[in-house]
Write a protein that binds this ligand. Structure first.
Ligand code: BGC
Length: 730
């Protein structure tokens, strides 16, 4: 169900974007196909890649393996000039495509692009169709900016909410992450680029920089030294990997079929991810049957001393330039027979297969052409995702704001006039930005709007007192390269003590609404002292408009949390243990909590979160009834019991019995969810499927439960009114 006209328009735009021209331009490698069997378009990309590989010299093959001069782009795959195959550029992330770097060459300077909401916001929509649309939008922009490949999505599980790249992935749950990543990939690849599913695998922290000199908005890339992403070794059980960390990749590969996978910087149980026989040759290629391109993460993802392992275990492409895969190193190893030419051919075939599937032979991406981008259509998609991802966490009745009453609004906080986003390769210089203050001031339902960005609490309180409603806008700052040092809104100190500001305003104004723009969970010690809390994530370039529309009820809040918001840091599974996080002095991180990640930990330990996974309020209410459980799925009814139209997000969880050596079982694990728009009084019957895998644990292989499986359906991981069982329950 599409909630509005703008979104329907955006769908039409995305559909149009996905149509690739069918005629080859005169300049393409296949303009004259005579004697070039790889130009036969009736063959699939793999066959064509095989044929082209056969026609290459060893020198040509070797240049393909190690990246190429990328100019303003993050990376490039070498051209084959003799055969007219052009260079293939790659860049971007699921937040947008920032390249080419701006002409002034500033550090972090990027040309403009549509800035999408953070993937945490996209995950909060619980709507794979929106993920597909977001992928189609970014994919289209990537192509129009001259890219063949798009460096996303990231499907890294949020293990610790400190993680500097929390905002770039889909949260803490493998089912939700896998669904969103798969749909995003499908959308993006239909727009004519190949995607790169990253960062494979167990890439869950950036590292701590106790000085926090970098990783600020002034220098938007950090360098964490404790538990550094470039060095740490994740010591993690095979079961936790398969069930938690690898599961989203498995789903995304099976259902999304990404053209490439990017292996991570870190080590996993010893070897570096890009050299890991187990992860690459074992899990990815053998178990999942993935025969696509594997590229390294940038600059230090591959290492010369690991060249044999990289080459033999399945790393096809070193990015962005050849070091481990320099021809000077590879050529003698091939000549001596240390490395096999058949494997060289495999690497080349997989590289070409990815670029051929994205049109490099028939319809290569042209030079970057910003004028070809449908800036308005893409803005509409960005706004639609932001609106659907806003999560209403608390509401004593102040929301929605009454447009008819033209309330006087005080918009407060140092972040009120700024839009919020994260740093590093997931940053984008947006075409435009609409901060919350600007959007509220422009809203037709607002009375007098006073914006006060002071940190002075007394001054903010007095402005709040003179209004009917105070909206305090707060934010954090996450960036690639460095983890957050704490989870409060006093950390980092860029915006002052935002917690104290909220308390001062709430003491002066009973109608205080807090709008949080953060990449992931933050602590909210003031949550019971304010009238409403709205979680907006990093909401993208139209974020202020989206949030203002939710506050006024033009848009029903329909987001649900893809992450647990803890009450205190001491409640996290890594609390008090440097071994667990950020790791030992020897850069070893022990994943001792096993499969008890995110809500699985809170449920198993009986710890009450501030706001649980899956939670989010509406301006209406819903009731669940009539659960019927079968081997292949559950059916139930959901009804809108309130007076407004709204979206329920029923969620299906299972509680598995011990299975073989998998004796520790999370009390509940998400296995399905659906966003359902309902009119007042409307009831709908919903069926959510269950597969054998959903009822299985990893015990040296996937083993299906033979005992009693508990089944529950409800509105969040902590609100599960419908209960049933499956199997031998005595
Ligand atoms: C990041 C990748 C990114 C690459 C190119 C690396 O630092 O880890 O996620 O795709 O840079 O921008």
């Amino acid at each position: 169900m599409l909630p509005g006209r703008s979104l329907r328009t955006a769908f039409a735009v995305a559909a149009a974007c996905t149509l690739l021209p069918t005629t080859a331009a005169a300049t393409t490698a296949c303009a004259n196909p005579t004697g070039r069997p790889w130009c036969d378009r009736s063959q699939d990309a793999d066959t064509r890649a095989r044929l082209l590989t056969r026609a290459l010299t060893t020198g040509e093959k070797l240049t393909l393996l190690g990246g190429y001069r990328s100019g303003d782009y993050a990376g490039a795959i070498a051209p084959i000039p003799r055969l007219g195959v052009p260079v293939a550029y790659v860049d971007g992330s699921s937040i947008g495509v920032g390249q080419p770097v701006s002409a002034d060459g500033r550090i972090g300077g990027k040309n403009r692009a549509t800035q999408m909401p953070s993937p945490t916001a996209l995950a909060a929509t619980f709507d794979p169709e929106l993920a597909r649309l977001a992928g189609a939008t970014v994919g289209d922009e990537a192509r129009k900016k001259g890219n063949t490949g798009l460096l996303g999505p990231a499907a890294d599980i949020m293990r610790v909410p400190y993680g500097g790249r929390t905002f770039e992935s889909f949260g803490e749950d493998p089912h939700l992450s896998g669904q969103m990543a798969a749909a995003w990939i499908q959308g993006a690849q239909a727009a004519g680029v190949f995607t790169s599913l990253k960062h494979y695998a167990v890439n869950n922290q950036e590292g701590r920089d106790p000085t926090q000199k970098l990783g600020t908005e002034a220098f938007p890339l950090g360098f964490g030294t404790q538990g550094s992403r470039y060095l740490y070794n994740a010591v993690v059980s095979e079961r936790a990997m398969r069930e938690i960390y690898l599961a989203p990749f498995e789903t995304a590969i099976r259902d999304g079929r990404p053209g490439s996978v990017m292996c991570a910087y870190n080590r996993v149980n010893g070897p570096y991810a890009c050299a890991s026989r187990h992860l690459l040759a074992g899990v990815l290629r053998r178990d999942w049957g993935y025969d696509g391109l594997v590229m390294s993460d940038w600059i230090v993802g591959a290492h010369p001393w690991d060249v044999l392992a990289h080459f033999r275990n399945g790393l096809d492409l070193e990015m962005p330039s050849p070091v481990a895969y320099s021809p000077a190193l590879l050529r003698p190893l091939l000549q001596l027979g240390v490395l096999r030419t058949a494997q060289l051919d495999d690497h080349v075939r997989r590289i070409l297969r990815a670029t051929i599937s994205a049109g490099i032979l028939d319809d290569p991406a042209g030079p970057s052409d910003e004028s070809a981008i449908d800036i308005e259509g893409h803005n509409a998609v960005s706004r639609a995702v932001a609106e659907a991802g806003v999560v209403l966490l608390r509401n004593t009745g102040v929301l929605p704001l009454q447009a008819g009453a033209a309330p006087r609004i005080a918009v407060l906080g140092p972040a009120a006039r700024r839009s919020a986003s994260g740093g590093g390769s997931g940053s984008v210089r947006p075409f435009r930005t609409v901060p919350v203050a600007t959007a509220l001031a422009a809203h037709p339902g607002a009375g007098a709007v006073t914006v006060e960005t002071t940190r002075d609490r007394a001054r903010a309180a007095s402005v709040a007192r003179a209004a009917d409603v105070a909206v305090v806008v707060v934010r954090d700052y996450e960036t690639e390269g460095a983890d957050r040092l704490c989870l409060t809104l006093r950390c980092p100190p860029t915006y002052g003590d935002q917690d104290a500001l909220i308390d001062a305003v709430a003491a002066a104004q009973p109608n205080t609404v807090v709008v949080v723009q953060s990449g992931g969970p933050v602590l909210m010690p003031w949550r019971d002292r304010v009238a409403a809390v709205v979680q907006g994530w990093y909401p993208g370039q139209a974020g202020g408009t989206a949030i203002a529309r939710v506050l006024f009820g033009d848009v029903e809040p329909s987001g649900r949390l893809p992450v647990t918001f803890p009450v205190r840091e001491a409640d996290l599974p890594t609390a008090g243990s440097a071994r667990r996080y950020p790791g030992t002095a020897a850069q070893t991180v022990h994943y001792e909590e096993g499969v008890l990640v995110g809500y699985r930990w809170f449920d198993a330990r009986g710890i009450a979160p501030a706001y649980p996974f899956g939670f989010g309020l509406s301006y209406t209410s819903f009731a669940y009834a009539d659960l019927r459980v079968a081997e292949d799925g559950v059916t139930f009814a959901v009804r809108n019991t309130g007076a407004r139209r709204g979206a329920a997000v029923p969620q299906l969880y299972v509680g598995l019995p011990p299975i073989g050596s998998a004796t520790v079982q999370p009390p509940w694990q998400l296995r399905g969810a659906e966003k359902v728009w309902l009119d007042p009084g409307e009831q709908r019957e919903i069926t959510l499927p269950l597969t054998d895998r959903d009822l299985s644990s990893w015990d040296g292989g996937w083993k299906r439960a033979t005992g009693c499986v508990r089944v529950a359906v409800g509105a969040s991981s902590r609100d599960l009114p419908l209960r049933g069982t499956l199997g031998a329950c005595g």
